[in-house]
Design a protein around this ligand. Structure first.
Ligand code: GLC
Length: 645
C-alpha cells in the first residue's frame, strides 16, 4: 500500500478513536472531550479569551493536567509532591553540582553568587566578573601549570553554577508547580515583547538540562500542559489552523476570578502564531514536543506519561497534521516562511531542512512510542512509508559536496522524462560564487531548501546538526557534515558558536528576500548571526558520531565570553565579535544550551535520550528504494521490499 493509501485508510476511519471519518476532528468523540474543555469553550465564548484555567491547586489536579486521565487522584498527589520537591531541589542545587567538591565549594566561598537566589542579576554578574578577574590575575602571575588548571576549573565551575542559578530563576510556575522556563529574563530590556513567555522550542534545552539533572517534574508538567493547549480552538481572522498544532509559546496570567472580584486565578494563555510577529505558525513546536516526550521517558524511566491515552492521542494528532495528503509532490513538509527557530521572513518557505530534520526525528520518536493497538497499524504503515521516502529524498537531493557540485555544474536542463537526472530543473548558474570557494575538498552538507528550479545552498546549522542526531543523514554524510564544520570553523564558530546559517543574505538579496528586515541585517540575528543555544545540538551530533572533541572545543570558545557577556541570545558580525544588536541578555536557551552541552560532554552516554537510529527494517526499505532509482543503482539487491513508496 502506498503512502497516500495508508493515510487515506487512517483518515477514513479505519483507525477507530484516532481520527473521525469527518475530516474535522470531533472533540465529542475524542478522549479529549473532557468536561474541562467544554467549560473552557464556554469561557472563551463569553470572554473572548483563549485561556486554560486553573483557580486553585485542588482544581488544578482535577481540571488541569489530570483531565481525561483515569487516575486523577494520583495526578494531584504527584503535583503536590512536585511542589515540595521544587523547594528541596532549589536549595540542594548549590551543593550537588559539579565534579570535585573541593574546587566547587571553594569557588563558592570565593564567589558570592552561591547565596544569590534573591539578589539581582546585575549584582550577580558583577560578582562573577570580579571572581573571574581575580582568577585571570592569578593565572597570569602563576608559572605553575597545576595551579592554572585549578583556577581554570574554578572559573568554569563558577560559570556552570551561575548558569544553573539563572536557569532556575527562569522557571515559570503555574498553580505552584514548575511548568516551563521564560524565554529571557533580561533586566536591562524595557520592551519584553513576548520574551516573558514560555516558548516550546526554547524550553527543549531547559527540559533536557532538568532531565539530565534528574529533575523530571517540570518536564512532565510541561508536556501535559502543552498537550492540553494543543486542542485549543484557535482562529486568526475567522480561520482555524489544523487540529494538533502546538502553540509557539504560552504565558501564565493572573486574572480576576469570575464572579469574585476579591480573588484571582491563574490561566494559561497560548499563542499559536495569531499574536506573533508576522503571524507565523510554529510547525516545529509539535515536533519538538514529541522529541522531548521520548527523551523524558528514556531519561526518567517513567513510560506512564507516553502511555496515557490523551498523550497517545496528542502524538497522533500531530502526526495526522503532518502526514495528511496535500498537493505536494515531495515527502518533505511544505511550510511557510518563519515556521521554526527562524521565525521571520528569511526565504525559508517551502521545504526547509530544519523542519524536515525535526519531522524525521519526530516520526522516529513517535514510532517508538505509539502503543500497538488495533487500528494503529495503518498509521504506523503510513509513518514508515514517509520515513523511508523522506530520508531518501533528503539524502539524495539535499546533499552537496565537491563531487555533487561538479555534477550540478554540468547538469543538462529542461529534461522532460521519468528518469531525468536533473529532476528539479536546476540551472547550473545557481551555484553561487561563494559556494565554489567555500566547499571544502573533504566534507559536505545538506542544503537549506529544495524547490522546482531552486536549491537554497545556504548552510543551515540546526537542520544539519539534527539530521546527524536523528540519522536523517547517512553515517557517511554525518561524518562529512562534521568534517565541514571543522574545515569551516572560522566561518561557523569563530568567536562564538554557532552560526545559525552561512552565509548572510546581503544587498539586493537581503532587500528582496527578507523584505529589508532591519533586525535581520547581514551577519545579524537569523541572517547568519551566532546563536549559543546551538551548542547543545552540536554536542548531540558530535557525540553520536563519536567526535565529542569538536563540541568540547566549541564549548571552550563559548566559555571565554558567554557569562561575561551576560548570556546573550545571539551575536553579530562575520566572526561573532559583537553581542547582537537587539539581542536579549540572560536568554534562557543560551544558558540551558550551554548546560546541556556540558552535561552531555561529562557523560556522553546520556545523549542516547536524544539520538535516534534507523532500525534494520528502515535500512532495508531504504536500500530497496536506492536500487529502484534509475540514476543511482546501489545497495543490496536481494533485500525484500518492506514498504511500498
Ligand atoms: C526569537 C527566535 C525564536 C525564539 C524566540 C524566543 O523569536 O527567533 O526562535 O523561539 O525568539 O526566544
Amino acid at each position: 500500500m502506498g503512502t497516500s493509501e495508508a493515510v487515506l485508510q487512517v483518515l477514513s476511519g479505519a483507525v477507530p478513536r484516532l481520527f473521525h471519518s469527518d475530516s474535522s476532528f470531533s472533540m465529542s468523540d475524542s478522549i479529549h472531550a473532557s468536561k474541562f474543555r467544554l467549560k473552557c469553550s464556554r469561557k472563551r465564548a463569553s470572554r473572548y479569551l483563549q485561556f486554560l484555567k486553573c483557580s486553585s491547586v485542588l482544581q488544578y489536579g482535577v481540571r488541569g493536567i489530570g483531565s481525561g486521565v483515569p487516575n486523577k487522584k494520583a495526578d494531584l498527589s504527584s503535583l503536590q509532591i512536585c511542589k515540595c520537591q521544587k523547594s528541596e531541589s532549589v536549595s540542594g542545587v548549590t551543593t550537588e553540582d559539579g565534579n570535585g567538591a573541593w574546587f566547587v565549594d571553594n569557588a563558592k566561598n570565593l564567589n558570592p553568587i552561591n547565596g544569590m537566589m534573591n539578589t539581582s542579576n546585575v549584582l550577580e554578574f558583577q560578582d562573577l566578573q570580579h571572581l573571574k578577574q581575580e582568577n585571570e590575575d592569578l593565572k597570569s602571575n602563576s608559572a605553575n601549570g597545576a595551579l592554572r588548571d585549578t583556577f581554570h576549573k574554578i572559573s568554569v565551575d563558577s560559570i556552570e553554577d551561575e548558569a544553573w542559578d539563572l536557569l532556575r530563576e527562569s522557571v515559570v510556575y503555574y498553580c505552584g508547580s514548575p511548568i516551563g522556563t521564560i524565554a529571557a529574563k533580561d533586566p536591562t530590556s524595557s520592551n519584553t515583547l513576548n520574551y516573558d513567555q514560555v516558548f516550546i522550542r526554547d524550553f527543549i534545552p531547559s527540559g533536557i538540562a532538568f532531565l539530565l539533572k534528574g529533575e523530571y517534574d517540570i518536564v512532565r508538567n510541561f508536556i501535559l500542559h502543552t498537550l492540553q493547549l494543543q486542542s485549543w480552538e484557535k482562529t486568526m481572522d475567522c480561520h482555524s489552523p489544523g487540529q494538533g498544532l502546538m502553540p509557539a509559546s504560552f504565558k501564565v496570567r493572573t486574572v480576576p476570578l469570575d464572579g469574585d472580584d476579591s480573588a484571582t486565578e491563574e490561566v494559561l494563555d497560548p499563542d499559536f502564531g495569531e499574536a506573533a510577529i508576522g503571524r507565523v505558525a510554529p510547525v516545529d513546536s509539535g515536533l519538538w514536543w514529541i522529541i522531548l516526550l521520548r527523551a523524558y521517558g528514556k531519561c526518567s524511566g517513567d513510560l506512564s506519561v507516553q502511555e496515557r491515552v490523551d498523550v497517545q492521542t496528542g502524538i497522533k494528532m500531530i502526526l495526522r497534521l503532518c502526514i495528511a495528503d496535500g498537493f505536494d509532490m515531495f515527502p518533505t513538509l511544505l511550510v511557510t516562511d518563519g515556521s521554526c527557530m527562524i521565525d521571520r521572513r528569511m526565504g525559508i518557505h517551502g521545504h526547509p531542512l530544519e523542519i524536515q530534520a525535526l519531522f524525521y526525528s519526530a516520526l522516529l520518536c513517535a514510532r517508538e512510542m505509539l502503543a500497538p493497538e488495533d487500528g494503529s497499524a495503518d498509521l504506523l504503515r503510513a509513518l514508515n512509508n514517509r520515513l523511508v521516502a523522506l530520508s531518501f529524498h533528503i539524502r539524495e537531493y539535499y546533499w552537496v559536496d565537491m563531487k555533487k557540485l561538479n555534477e550540478i555544474y554540468r547538469y543538462k536542463t529542461e529534461e522532460y522524462s521519468y528518469d531525468a537526472v536533473n529532476k528539479f530543473n536546476i540551472y547550473p548558474d545557481q551555484i553561487s560564487p561563494w559556494l565554489v570557494e567555500w566547499m571544502p575538498n573533504k566534507g559536505g552538507y545538506l542544503i537549506g531548501n529544495l524547490q522546482p528550479a531552486h536549491m537554497d545552498f545556504r548552510f543551515f546549522s540546526l537542520g544539519n546538526l539534527w539530521s546527524v542526531a536523528s540519522g536523517l543523514a547517512t553515517m557517511d554524510q554525518s561524518h562529512a557534515i562534521l568534517d565541514l564544520i571543522e574545515a569551516k570553523w572560522v566561518d561557523l564558530v569563530a568567536g562564538m558558536p554557532f552560526k545559525i546559517c552561512y552565509p548572510a543574505l546581503e544587498g539586493q538579496e537581503w532587500q528582496i528576500i527578507t523584505g529589508s528586515d532591519p533586525k535581520n541585517t547581514p551577519w545579524s540575528y537569523h541572517n547568519a548571526g551566532a546563536w549559543p543555544t546551538l551548542l547543545w545540538q552540536l554536542t548531540v551530533a558530535c557525540i553520536k558520531m563519536d567526535r565529542p572533541e569538536i563540541a568540547a572545543k566549541a564549548v571552550e570558545v563559548a566559555e571565554k565570553r558567554i557569562s561575561q557577556d551576560k548570556w546573550p541570545e545571539y551575536y553579530d558580525t562575520k566572526r561573532g565579535r559583537f553581542i547582537g544588536k537587539q539581542s536579549r541578555l540572560f536568554q534562557t536557551w543560551s544558558i540551558a544550551g550551554y548546560l546541556v552541552a556540558k552535561l552531555l560532554l561529562a557523560d556522553p552516554s546520556k545523549a542516547k535520550i536524544l539520538i535516534t537510529e534507523e532500525d534494520s527494517e528502515l535500512v532495508n526499505a531504504f536500500s530497496c528504494m536506492i536500487s529502484a532509482n534509475p540514476r543511482r543503482k546501489r545497495g543490496r539487491k536481494d533485500l525484500k521490499q518492506t514498504y511500498i513508496v
